[in-house]
Design a protein around this ligand. Structure first.
Ligand SMILES: Nc1ncnc2c1ncn2[C@@H]1O[C@H](COP(=O)(O)OP(=O)(O)OP(=O)(O)O)[C@@H](O)[C@H]1O
Length: 604
């Protein structure tokens, strides 16, 4: 039971010297309080112990950790642990994720690995293990990632015919013989640094197929409940239907020359979602398209289009409109534009002139006294916000680390490009995950720029933008480049934690993501901030920690202490060296086995 688990943990830290102090106090409850310890849902057992870089020295005391019989995750990586692989770990029958890399463990690997039939990820790299790979690995039917690189293992590599195995690294050992048939699907770099002759096949990149590792069994159900999502879908569909019916009615009645009537109604009634656009008093009724735009439709076509409400944003309503020729666009209907036609047009010209693969292109705009519209391409996959916070579990495909990195680097490049506009003074003003989409290469692509300065200031109390807004921005019109950097930092935190910038816990307590991350990091338990959905990807901890540091530098309180966006781009690129993106890694010392992204189509 939990009391037993607590006792085992206390004995473990008492007997194993370590240089960083842990907040494990007899008086405080284990679950949620003890650094690095995670319990199951009913808090009856400890299921994960993650203690990387605590400065442990010496061998794991017998009969301590091995008593945590419900343990699923054990990470003691990057310590100075010596001795052999603990014999009594055989008691940890539920172990699924084992990270012991970067220690000084030595001796042979245990002969009978089959006792851990749930093992999914095993990383024992960068130790001093010797002897051969036990053939019992063959029984690990769930094994998805195995990293034994940088040890002194020898003998022949067994034919590990494990269909679930996605990632492998056996480099820099003393293996002999040949690469077994079943492992020839892996690139040569996986076996580099051994006494194994390679067949003369063309060099293959070490990029392994993106992981399709099965998820750990215990996962927090987060996001909206099914009922809520269903409700939203139904509401959205009804609104869409209503919009469609109204459009037809409006269009027909307009034909009967009743234009002025609903123009007046629109003015009076404000922003009803019934119509994508109202009939306006603008004599031209012309959309202004930007150069190079291949769309061939006008306001009349938009008026006829079937429309679906996508959502109500800070600056108005967004609709998905499907035109008669099946072209799908997004029409943003702005409310409370605070500037006259000339200024509006000028701002739109700047926005429309930005052509960059990481900036969503403004295709057209429209200005009349009653109606201000912006037209964009439709991104069918939805926003990063929807991808991160949509209903978890079920059919939802979790956002893997690779994609999150691409979103971050893409969005950073897009914002940096925006900041070069207008003699280096242009501000996005509304960076958040619902304004970031995935471009065709699945890199982040930012939308909704340049609106904050031409709109009325936002009413302070509620606004979904609040969680992204830098503390110095009391008036949205005064957003500046450092406040964009802050908002981007919040997006990074969202990608790393999987949490919304402002969310509630079970007890209805409102949590501010930036503050929460600060408090967790202050407690020196950085690993606890990361999204549980990222746990399945091996060897990304270092990258996550580096990304977290970048995010933290973006959200510092003082605007002038934040990095410039162009520096943020460089920092993120340093986490993943773009130069090595398509090159084989040397194997030695390379802990990462996640595939690097392909060339990131950079700004010229
Ligand atoms: N081009 C697009 N393709 C697909 N969905 C879009 C597009 N533009 C916006 N959306 C989605 O439509 C919804 C409403 O967007 P909108 O930009 O109006 O509001 P928001 O992003 O929630 O807030 P804000 O107005 O502050 O940006 C959001 O869910 C957004 O992700």
């Amino acid at each position: 039971d939990l009391g037993e688990d607590r006792q085992a943990l206390l004995e473990f830290v008492k007997k194993l010297p370590h240089s960083r102090s842990l907040n494990w106090k007899e008086s405080s409850p284990v679950c949620n309080n003890w650094t690095g310890v995670t319990c199951n849902e009913d808090r009856s057992r400890v299921i994960a112990v993650r203690l990387p870089g605590v400065g442990f020295q010496g061998s794991i005391p017998p009969s301590t950790l091995s008593r945590l019989s419900a343990l699923q995750v054990l990470s003691l990586r990057s310590n100075g642990i010596t001795g052999g692989f603990p014999d009594d770990f055989f008691n940890l029958k539920n172990l699924s994720f084992l990270y012991l890399q970067y220690n000084k463990l030595s001796g042979p690997l245990p002969a009978n690995f089959s006792v851990w039939h749930n093992l999914t990820i095993v990383n024992l790299s960068n130790n001093r293990f010797n002897g051969s790979i036990p053939s019992s690995f063959l029984n690990l039917t769930r094994l998805a990632a195995l990293n034994l690189a940088n040890n002194s293992l020898s003998g022949e590599i067994p034919d590990l015919n494990l269909p679930s195995l996605q990632q492998l690294n056996l480099s820099n050992n003393n293996f002999t013989g040949s690469i077994p048939m079943s492992l020839r699907r892996f690139p040569n770099s996986v076996f580099a640094g051994n006494n194994i002759p390679f067949e003369s096949s063309p060099p293959v990149s070490p990029v392994l197929a993106p992981s399709t590792v099965p998820s750990p069994n215990s996962r927090n159900a987060r996001g909206l409940s099914e009922a809520a999502v269903l409700g939203i879908i139904i509401a959205a569909s009804i609104l869409g239907l209503v919009a469609f019916v109204f459009l037809i009615i409006v269009y027909c009645s307009r034909k009967k020359s009743k234009e002025d009537e609903y123009s007046a109604k629109f003015q009076k009634g404000g922003m009803s979602p019934e119509k994508v656009v109202s009939r306006t008093q603008d004599a031209n009724n012309r959309l202004t398209f930007f150069e190079g735009c291949s769309y061939a439709f006008d306001l009349e076509d938009l008026l006829r289009a079937s429309a679906e409400v996508l959502g109500k944003g800070t600056f108005g309503m967004a609709y998905k409109a499907v035109l008669e020729d099946a072209t799908t666009v997004v029409v943003k209907r702005l409310k409370e534009v605070n500037v006259g036609k000339r200024d509006f047009e000028q701002q739109m010209e700047v926005v429309g002139s930005i052509k960059h693969e990481n900036v969503v292109e403004l295709k057209a705009f429209y200005y009349s006294k009653d109606e201000k519209l912006m037209v964009y391409d439709y991104y069918s996959q939805g926003s990063v916000s929807a991808m991160l916070h949509g209903k978890r579990g079920g059919d939802r495909i979790p956002l893997d680390w690779e994609t999150r990195m691409r979103i971050a680097i893409g969005a950073a490049r897009g914002i940096a490009r925006i900041h070069t506009e207008n003699a280096g003074k242009f501000v996005h003003g509304n960076i958040k995950s619902s304004n970031i989409f995935l471009n065709s290469q699945r890199y982040g692509c930012v939308s909704d720029l340049g609106l904050s300065t031409i709109m009325s200031p936002l009413a302070p109390p509620i606004s979904r933008a609040a969680g992204y807004r830098a503390p110095e921005v009391t008036d949205t019109r005064k957003a500046a480049q450092p406040s964009d950097v802050y908002s981007f930092g919040v997006v990074l935190l969202e990608l790393l934690t999987g949490k919304s910038p402002i969310h509630t816990t079970g007890g209805d307590e409102i949590i501010h993501l930036v503050r929460w991350v600060h408090s967790v990091v202050r407690e020196e338990w950085t690993a606890e901030v990361f999204d549980v959905e990222l746990m399945r990807y091996p060897n990304i901890e270092e990258e996550m920690v580096e990304m977290l540091q970048i995010a933290m530098s973006c959200v510092v309180r003082m605007p002038d202490q934040r990095p410039k966006m162009s520096d943020v781009v460089k920092m993120i690129e340093n986490v993943r060296q773009p130069e090595t993106e398509n090159q084989p890694s040397s194997g030695k010392g390379s802990e990462s086995s996640t595939p690097p992204p392909p060339a990131m189509g950079r700004e010229s």
